[in-house]
Write a protein that binds this ligand. Structure first.
Ligand code: NAP
Length: 497
């Protein structure tokens, strides 16, 4: 079987533009799309990371055909070969974490330590699923009919389409691709249009891992073109999507029409509860981290700080003092705590919510203005609203930027009710020294992930990730729970006589 080759020819400099151009990976070949689009550094709009090709529906057809052809051999092939390939991918990602983390920060805008951390996570995920290739198990049961046995086994789903957002340009492609490949599926990855560099780098590493041609395909381009064509393609058996609620809902509807398996990870409006008995220093640090690190652009970021009245004033004062120490600047500069917002449209959305919050009557305690720095970029001062109420739009709609609001509540019961008063249910945190309240919160908050005295963002890679209500739909991602989505169950009966 043909294996993939490193793209040395297609990774080239266009002499007139002096910019590297990168192509799609289809059937083990690097293929040009209809055009190229520049990937711009949000810390410095004059810096073009590289140009990435824009595919069309024909590229999706070609990728599906390649994946379909590669599937039978990959699905039934050696699990040792799969494990070795995933381990090799993980090893290379980890060995290149500084370089890839720098690339990620340059294209997305999270700080360099955050970029390196994300790349490290991607490498660890591939290593984890290298092991999972060998651990997929089934069940053997006696039948209710004497003498007959029943086997329950898991098989790959087939050709899977992976559609990923811009805020984790390498970790999310990794946490979808690694289990998909580990369990014998063939993949078509469509990364977010504004951050193709990390996904392209991942595809390039995968292309040299020994995985056969056609098993992993990368098709870059616009969601309304590539994503839509994948979702509607009869040859795609499952779609794993991470992104906004609106797009996710439309994808789910199309998948139901097309009888496709679908998994959606979407938005959040995550609460961070702070009770009177909390360790103030700890509560402040984890709230500031949850709300503003990675420029607040994490689906697990805390955007509603729900604080009981006994600690409310002390908490606001201390958060303001902590925020005054945050350095906003170039993602790659040493000492930057908060990088730029990742795009013009996201910055406009963030700034519009600053106006909305003020119009609604919340107090803008800190920040919320656009900042200028040495280079032109999408810099914004992290914003804290105080005296906000649970019914305000700033507390009901996902802003997805460095904006958090504080809601004053009477006691724990009101805090829990306020935390649950949302259409979302991804992550929820509580800062308290009360075992009673921590235990009750873990059981009764309506979220997929709960943190006690820890930031709402920051999760392990070997355990399930996902939420409830408007945040998620379908089986969990990551850890061994990933097999729920990336395999299908078969029940086989045998009468040996
Ligand atoms: P988005 O606009 O929904 O885009 C997500 C992906 O869907 C992108 O690759 C996008 O392509 C593609 N897409 C757009 N329209 C499509 C269509 N009609 N058919 C198929 N695909 C389409 O989300 P985003 O702005 O990139 O990401 C931010 C959102 O992701 C936030 O809501 C955040 O909470 C959520 N998120 C959730 C999690 C989680 O695990 N719950 C994790 C991270 C982020 P283009 O880039 O070309 O538009």
């Amino acid at each position: 079987m043909k294996t993939l080759q490193r793209d040395s020819l297609n990774e080239r400099k266009d002499s007139s533009m002096k910019t590297l151009q990168h192509d799609n990976l289809i059937a083990g070949e690097w293929k040009k799309g209809a055009s190229y689009s520049p990937n711009i550094n949000p810390s410095n709009l004059a810096d073009v990371v590289a140009e990435y090709t824009q595919g069309d529906a024909g590229d999706v057809d070609a990728a599906v055909a390649a994946a379909t052809a590669a599937f039978p051999a990959w699905a039934t092939g050696s699990i040792q070969a799969r494990s070795d390939a995933l381990d090799k991918i993980g090893t290379e990602i980890l060995a290149r974490r500084d370089e890839l983390g720098t690339l990620l920060s340059r294209e997305e805008g999270k700080t360099k330590p955050e970029g390196i951390g994300e790349v490290t996570r991607a490498g660890q995920i591939f290593k984890f699923f290298a092991g999972e290739c060998l651990r997929l198990s089934g069940e053997l049961l006696p039948s209710v009919r004497p003498g007959i046995s029943v086997e329950i086994t898991r098989e790959p789903v087939g050709v899977v389409g992976l559609i990923t957002p811009w805020n984790f340009p390498m970790a999310i492609p990794a946490w979808k691709s690694a289990p998909a490949l580990a369990f014998g599926n063939c993949v078509i990855l469509k990364p977010a249009d504004i951050v193709p560099a990390s996904a392209w780098a991942l595809a390039e590493i995968i292309s040299r891992s020994g995985i056969p041609a056609g098993v992993f395909n990368l098709v870059m381009g616009r969601g309304s073109v590539i994503g839509d064509a994948m979702v509607r393609h009869a040859g795609v058996h499952a779609i794993s999507f991470t992104g906004s609620v609106g797009v996710g809902q439309r994808i789910a509807e199309a998948c139901v029409q097309g009888h496709k398996k679908v998994q959606l990870e979407m938005g959040g409006k995550n609460p961070q509860v702070v009770l009177d008995d909390a360790d103030l220093g700890k509560a402040v640090e984890l709230s500031v981290q949850s709300a503003f690190y990675a420029t607040g652009q994490r689906c697990t970021a805390a955007s509603r700080l729900i604080v009981t009245e006994g600690i409310y004033s002390k908490f606001i004062d201390a958060v303001e003092r902590r925020m005054a120490k945050l350095t906003v600047g170039d993602a790659l500069a040493q000492g930057t705590d908060i990088g730029p917002v990742s795009s013009q449209s996201q910055l406009e959305q963030d700034l519009s919510y600053i106006e909305i919050g003020q119009r609604e009557g919340a107090t803008l305690a800190v920040g919320g203005e656009r900042l200028t720095r040495a280079t032109e970029g999408f810099f914004m001062a992290p914003a804290l609203f105080s005296e906000s109420s649970a019914s305000m739009r700033i507390n009901r709609e996902e802003i997805f930027g460095p904006v958090a609001s504080v809601i004053r509540v009477k006691d724990y019961d009101e805090a829990l009710a306020t935390a649950n008063d949302t259409a979302f249910g991804l992550s929820a945190g509580i800062a308290t020294t009360s075992l009673k309240h921590a235990t009750h919160f873990k059981r009764h908050c309506q979220a997929g992930m709960v943190m006690v005295n820890l930031p709402t963002a920051g999760v392990d890679y070997h355990v399930p990730f996902g939420g409830r209500k408007g945040s998620s739909y379908g089986p969990r991602e990551q850890g061994r729970y990933a097999q729920e989505f990336f395999t299908t169950v078969k029940t086989a009966y045998t009468d040996p006589n």
